[in-house]
Design a binder for this molecule. Sequence first.
Ligand code: XUL
Length: 528
Amino acid sequence: MAKLFLGLDSSTQSLSAVVIDYERRRVVYDKSLNFDQALPQYKTQNGVLPHRDPLVKHSPPLMWAAALDLLLAAMQKDGVALGDILAVSGSGQQHGSVYLNARAAEALANLDPGMSLVENLKGVFSRRTSPIWMDSSTAVECAEIRKKLGGIQRTAQQTGSDTFERFTGPQIRKFYRIDPEAYAQTEHIALVSSFMASLLAGQIAPIDYGDGAGMNLMDIHQKVWHPGALKATAPGLRHRLPSLADSSKIVGPVSNYFVKKHGLNPAAQALVWSGDNPCSLVGLGLIKQGRVAISLGTSDTYFGSMRSCRTDDFGEGHVFGSPAGGYMSLICFKNGSLAREKIRDAYGVKSWKEFGELMATTPPGNDGGILLPWFEAEIVPRVNRPGIHRFDLDEQGAAANCRAIVEAQMLSKRLHAQWMKVEPDCIYATGGASNDPALLRVMADVMNCRVLRIEISKSAALGAALLAAHGWLVQAGEKPGWEELVAGFTDPIPGSEVRPDPKAARVYDRLVEKYAACEREALKQISA
Ligand code: XUL
């Protein structure tokens, strides 16, 4: 019988499924369900509830549960052999939190297949909506927690990151502050990942070390809840949090609800879920230190494996637990694709092809012209007041401005990844914009490193399916190595390698210093 494993990815805008046939090294099924389109009754825009305060970004947790029912029903309809799936794991958008009351555990243990998940979950939430990673309304709470933990460097050293607005701890503190009664009614606080795992397992599921590190609540070295961080966040927090666990841990067999309703095998195992970035690390095969990924999406991320835990003293980057053991580092830049689009549109450039052609008419290094594209408040470097800054760059020139934004984004990645002290030996480019040769050329030259394209559209769901396989194999007494586990699933596109041009790389070696000086100058202007 084929060894089938299911990986789910509950992301900001959609729920996706990937089924792998482990022995044949193939993805045999994948599907996505867009929340806005499939579940319009929840009235989300791109998966998020509209709010008058642009800093507040919440989503309805019931929508995520409804999506699980819908997706599994669609899989049945598509003829997926759900009864042959041996284990299920998943990935969740990081940092988002779900608040459950005293009725939740019992409701989860007794999910009735005669009703929908949504009906089963009536009355189990102590907070109707969930703050998600896009929320930046907790600056006050971040400052308070950071102060109690001893400042930026100490906070990062203890929890893996400085306090960030989107991180769960500051979000919990805000909830406790604005609605102490509802906080008092809260018996369990889950992450998006552990909430979804709890549904599948029919019991409150643990949080894994990857997603747990995105909360400002976990001791990054010991991988246990950090007593000082809990105390600095909210009273009585410890008993509201589940246990922490390795991402290969089996929570238990899948709930009878999914057996009866969707035809899952009663012996199928439900695993602990992780965050989307830790899952993508596995789904892209970034198992060894030195292999990093740059994902060019709504926001750009730079991440890779880290052998031992090294935190960022400046508090810009994050360290999470890696599902493959050890650690991973991640930097999240908010001004990614949307910023590139803004420049493209501002200069009336019709396509990315034309954008690339314009870039090619200007020299690497742009004759020293620099543009800082902070259209939105930026995470790295931390910029609270959005704005565009130009240095030795004429606003009029379309070609120079197109080159400038791409160079700035890559120089920023090079500069702000220095704390990791990991020289990449190859970079995997992924995400929507990674099929643009002009961008990959600048990436290879600025990073002075070869770049390979990897076209896995659902790297988080694939990573989750591989984690399900890992957990199941370990339980079956096998000891699969990680390289062996991902082999055949995560190969770069043949012939996609872009090698750095030594002459251009020398230009960027000098320009990165100027770029850093321009950033310092712009930040000074902003805070003046
Ligand atoms: C990572 C982060 C985002 C979310 C989006 O820190 O905030 O990448 O995980 O899914």
